[in-house]
Design a protein around this ligand. Sequence first.
Ligand code: C5P
Length: 223
Amino acid sequence: KQHYSIAIDGPGGAGKSTIARRAAAELGFVYVDTGAIYRAVACAALSRGIDPSDEAAVSALLPSLQLELRWTEDGVQHVWLNRADISSELRTPAVSTAASRVSALPVVRQFLLEQQRVVARTHDVIMDGRDIGTVVLPDADVKIFLSASPEVRARRRWLELQEKGAPDTYEAVLADLIARDERDSNRAIAPLRPADDAVLLDTSGMTLQESIDAILKLIRKKV
Ligand code: C5P
């Protein structure tokens, strides 16, 4: 066997990225945040004035996008788009909404599929997303579906935004998150759902450290 792969899926704000990044550091694996590449496509569409739901326009945009993932020494993923690091532009509410729209387009998912698989073929990875266990890495060594109640997830996201000085209210963050869950879960292609062989983990009542420990325990049974 060449490389280990761990799939972590779940809705936004469940803590996937922080938990997956810390667990990857602990194991010496590469952490791959797949949401960031959907966000990069969304960002490109928005900056060119393209409606993120317009399949023909987004499809025409894709060939001009050269996406690249790079990691800092301490394992933080950066997304490069056409030779510019756009990582700092990806986490705004406008980009979140646009990402969940472009990600419903089959042409976008197809475009990004092989790029995700290549990383997993060449590294030991913890990959987080919505369809990693179901579509991208159906043979992953461990699959985890991480969730938490919408209120808990909205509160975590809101605190993150507050720290950055963003003006969004808790109510707006919650409404956004619920709308995004709806879109991600009900889309025709690669909807958000646990793989049949995924372990379900609800982090609503858990601290960050407890969640990381629980995940590491699940992974170490297999790796
Ligand atoms: O995880 P994150 O919130 O950064 O993802 C942004 C959006 O990208 C999600 O709402 C979802 O629509 C989409 N996405 C996806 N498949 C993935 C990762 C993200 O459809 N594997």
